[in-house]
Ligand binder design. Structure first.
Ligand SMILES: CC(C)(COP(=O)(O)OP(=O)(O)OC[C@H]1O[C@@H](n2cnc3c(N)ncnc32)[C@H](O)[C@@H]1OP(=O)(O)O)[C@@H](O)C(=O)NCCC(=O)NCCS
Length: 146
């Protein structure tokens, strides 16, 4: 995560493969960041109850929350939640300009998986990915935290 923000984020932004959003302190030291990109997922990997409500396209547009990290000295102060809520709100807003039916994440380990589960992300069957439908963001978060 350190290596990404120090060495790769700049080139990803320049190549337009990811948009990166940072949270910094008064001295402009980066405390946390996340990235968003367009992505798609094959319809057939979604759970039955989700598929039933969707148009029959082979692939469905999603927003990839590619990375989310808080500096280890600043963890446990609700900043991960703050950045996640910011990412969800941004993803929700942009879905009105560019279609996206869910936010997807690729958790790096079990701990990250637990973090995303806490916010309603659903595990895709037979896949490392987790997803949160944009409709859920609207229903659960829009009238509360966001
Ligand atoms: C995962 C990460 C972003 C969480 O950020 P954080 O600032 O430490 O978390 P917060 O303080 O915002 O925690 C918010 C809530 O999530 C919970 N939480 C945090 N990390 C958790 C974890 N690994 N598993 C389960 N719950 C977790 C907290 O207990 C807190 O719950 P509460 O509000 O009920 O007290 C941070 O630990 C991190 O950068 N980890 C390394 C990189 C990473 O794993 N990124 C995500 C996957 S790519």
């Amino acid at each position: 995560m350190d290596e990404y923000i120090q060495k790769r984020a700049k080139q990803d932004i320049k190549a337009k493969v990811a948009a990166c959003f940072v949270f910094s302190d008064d001295d402009k030291k980066i405390i946390g960041y996340y990235t968003l990109s367009n992505d798609s997922i094959p319809r057939h990997i979604l759970p039955e109850h989700v598929i039933n409500k969707l148009p029959k396209y082979k692939d469905l547009p999603v927003t990839l929350l590619g990375r989310l990290a808080i500096h280890k000295d600043a963890q446990g102060q609700q900043l991960g939640q703050l950045l996640l809520m910011d990412a969800l709100k941004r993803s929700y807003d942009s879905s009105f300009s560019i279609g996206s039916m869910a936010v997807v994440v690729d958790p790096i380990d079990e701990s990250a998986r637990m973090f995303y589960s806490k916010y309603g992300f659903i595990q895709l069957p037979d896949n490392n990915r987790m997803f949160l439908p944009i409709k859920t963001i609207e229903q659960v978060y829009l009238n509360s935290v966001l």
